[in-house]
Write a protein that binds this ligand. Structure first.
Ligand code: PRX
Length: 703
């Protein structure tokens, strides 16, 4: 039985989320075309009946039955150890078999992956299902025999968007080795910390890759990762290095004998080898994906084999509308959960053709994405609001110049502004494509809220209702349900478990319970799932039509360009700079990336503000986390606004950064510092206070 610590003493909060009324203009509906409906996988309204609450949990058999099982399960959902739910218990299967082997009979000559290199003079490369089978088997043999890896071991993969990334993942899955992919843009240090946390003895990397026209040295990050892991008391024994260009080396990093190995030099030893897929328990972990939480340390979300694969396969089929004949392009990075679920596992399990683009969407110009779509005849397109905003800004009319036709498009990762949604619909989708705005998280495995593409009308800016078999609700701080149509915001929660939910946080069961289930658990001794709502840490409002509009995080996580960064992680990076005494990180609105971090630091006595300190803080953030966390501004302030008990008031700094009202500051220990900081950030003349987004208003409220 999990122990659920008591609720901490209720803090004094001036406004709870549920008290905040949100007045949106109700957006008009858009309807899917009859052409789309005619061919859709999900065009039967009976889905709601099949997945109604009284059919839970057996409704999810429908997804699991889309997979090939070595042994059928005996229990669909086991709730004996809440909230550690078990799915399809007793079943056995292999994820690599499901994504590769089972397609050999019918689709072996079909492209499984199409790799589009960033340089336009390098032709796209198709990897057929047969190639994929051969390459996954050979690499699995290498992992097993050269690295001695066995079922249950962990491997860290730090690769950019190249076919070798899914090949490495599927080779691990074939052996039952748990992969932990670290986003290629994360620094060596970030990679090393994650490798140490998962005790990976093998790191898979590459010499270099293209980004914005430059061939970057990536192997250098592996060297830093090894040093960082060593400092954490963990030794990585082997580094496997893929090669970006045959016969070349893009990295200046020296090879360490018996530790670093070029994959292309040892792979020929395993030529033609076939590795039988290990039949895994449905509950065996498939992978870890680290994500930022509300403490400094990223947490390893542990995803199971059977439930996860069933959930991403079912949702790829019904919500992404993937058929085997589709050319599907999810323009995200495999290093995030979207890429795992909706570039690799979901589409490949359905025998789709999945496009992998190496580079920056606007390289070398604003037409690149649409040229790729035209050339490859992509008909399903999936990306984030940040990418959409960026493409819109760079080339508003570019899509009209290219002859591609999408039947379906997705937006994921952040709230999308209705006017951006309309550009996506009208200009990118040419009014032909249906759009799904899918809301979910790393922890969830797959979509939680979305419209059903052929069945529900779309509403710009709203994710839509709960997915089939998912029952979301909005709760206020006291655990009361906020009714639909009340216009009040609250915490979006999921009332029931689902197969895609993570199993636990790697090595930290207690944190898993505390983070997601403590807040609204009705009875810690109950084995009834109804007593354990999942707390997502997102604010949302529910309209009368049952559509959820997601407002953003209610914790101290900043969603930068659709990627989660913990403010505490950035703050600890700032604190590594000698001169810095205190650091506070707040989100600030950015036209393209949605939110970006802004840093406030105060200096230790004897140090003066200088550009040098600013540069040092910038460098620290980039080295410890990565360029993705680069602050918009770094403000050196004389002091931080604090309560009398010494608590740093990030909420006030967030208001200053976003030109909002600072609210009541009379209870602060140092109210006069607020005006000093305001002047420093906004200038001498007081600026007009404007309307601030809900998530910014909420930011730091829990401090
Ligand atoms: O705040 C929500 C936002 O992204 C967070 C999850 O981030 P991550 O774990 O990195 O996963 C991103 C891809 C699934 C959520 O807590 N978010 C995700 N999708 C949406 C969204 N916000 C609004 N609308 C969405 N469709």
């Amino acid at each position: 039985m999990a122990t659920v610590p008591k609720q901490p003493q209720q803090q004094v909060v001036t406004t709870s989320e549920a008290q905040i009324a949100v007045h949106w203009r109700e957006e008009e509906y858009y309807y899917p075309s009859s052409k789309f409906i005619g061919q859709a996988n999900l065009n039967d309204p009976d889905i709601l009946n099949r997945f109604s609450e009284d059919k839970f949990p057996e409704c999810f058999r429908e997804y699991a039955d889309m997979l090939s099982w070595d042994k059928y399960w005996h229990t669909t959902l086991d709730t004996s150890d809440p909230p550690f739910w078990k799915w399809f218990v007793g079943g056995k299967l292999n994820a690599s078999y499901n994504c590769v082997d089972r397609h050999q009979a019918k689709y072996k000559n079909k492209a499984a992956l199409i790799f589009v290199p960033e340089p336009e003079n390098e032709a796209p490369i198709a990897v057929t299902y047969r190639d994929l089978y051969v390459r996954v088997n050979e690499f699995a043999a290498l992992l097993r025999d050269h690295c001695g890896l066995k079922t249950g071991d962990r491997v860290t993969i730090h690769l950019p968007m190249i076919p070798e990334l899914p090949i490495s993942m599927l080779a691990c899955a074939r052996l039952g080795v748990i992969h932990s992919v670290v986003f290629g843009g994360f620094s060596g240090e970030a990679c090393g910390l994650r490798a140490a946390d998962s005790s990976s003895h093998v790191l898979i990397t590459i010499d270099g890759y293209y980004r914005n026209g430059k061939l970057l040295d990536h192997k250098a990050a592996a060297d830093v990762a090894l040093e960082t892991a060593a400092k954490e008391g963990h030794k990585i024994d082997k580094v496997l290095v893929w090669r970006r260009h045959q016969g070349q080396n893009a990295s200046a990093s020296p090879f360490v004998q018996h530790r670093d190995f070029w994959v292309d030099e040892i792979l020929p030893n395993y030529s033609g080898e076939i590795v039988p897929p290990v039949s895994m328990d449905a509950e065996a972990p498939l992978f870890l994906m680290y994500t930022s939480g509300s403490t400094g340390k990223p947490k390893g979300c542990q995803h199971r084999t059977g439930g996860y694969l069933a959930y991403v396969t079912g949702t790829s089929k019904y919500i992404q509308d993937i058929h085997p004949e589709d050319v599907y392009w999810c323009m995200a990075d495999i290093g995030w959960i979207t890429g795992h679920s909706y570039i690799v596992y979901g589409p490949l399990s359905l025998a789709a053709t999945s496009v992998i683009y190496e580079g920056v969407p606007t390289y070398p110009d604003a037409g690149r994405v649409w040229r790729i779509a035209e050339r490859l005849n992509v008909n399903i397109f999936h990306t984030s609001p940040t990418a959409i905003r960026m493409l819109r800004k760079a080339g508003h009319d570019e899509p009209t110049k290219y002859n591609y036709h999408f039947k379906h498009m997705t937006t994921v990762g952040e709230p999308i502004e209705p006017e951006v949604w309309r550009w996506y619909y009208e200009t990118v989708g040419k009014r032909e494509a249906v759009i799904v705005d899918t809301w979910w998280q790393t922890e969830n495995g797959g979509f939680l809220c979305s419209t059903k593409p052929a069945l529900d009308p779309m509403k710009p800016g709203s994710a839509g209702p709960g997915m089939p078999g998912i029952f979301p609700e909005i709760l206020d701080e006291m655990g009361e349900v906020v009714p639909a149509g009340s216009g009040k915001a609250g915490n979006i929660c999921i009332r029931n478990p689902w197969p895609g939910i993570m199993q636990t946080i790697w090595g930290d069961r207690e944190r898993f319970v505390n983070q997601y289930y403590r807040k609204y658990c009705k009875n810690p001794n109950s084995k009834d799932w109804r007593d354990w709502p999942y707390f997502a840490a997102d604010g949302a409002v529910l309209a009368v039509d049952g559509y959820f509009r997601i407002l953003g995080r209610v914790d101290d996580v900043i969603n930068v360009a659709g990627h989660r960064l913990g403010t505490k992680e950035i703050e600890s990076a700032c604190l590594t700079v000698d001169e810095v005494a205190e650091a506070a990180v707040v989100p600030v609105v950015d036209e393209i990336k949605g939110r970006v971090p802004e840093v406030y630091v105060s200096l230790k006595p004897g140090f003066q503000p200088s550009q040098e300190v600013v540069d040092k803080v910038n460098r620290a953030v980039e080295t410890i986390i990565g360029k993705i966390a680069r602050p918009k501004h770094i403000h050196i302030v004389p002091d931080m606004p604090k309560t009398r008990s010494g608590k740093l008031m990030r909420r006030i700094l967030a208001s200053i950064s976003n030109r909002g009202a600072t609210g009541d500051i009379t209870t602060l220990a140092n109210p006069d510092v607020v005006e000093k900081v305001r002047e420093l950030v906004q200038g001498k003349e007081p600026v007009a206070v404007g309307e601030v987004a809900e998530d910014i208003k909420q930011f730091g409220k829990e401090d």
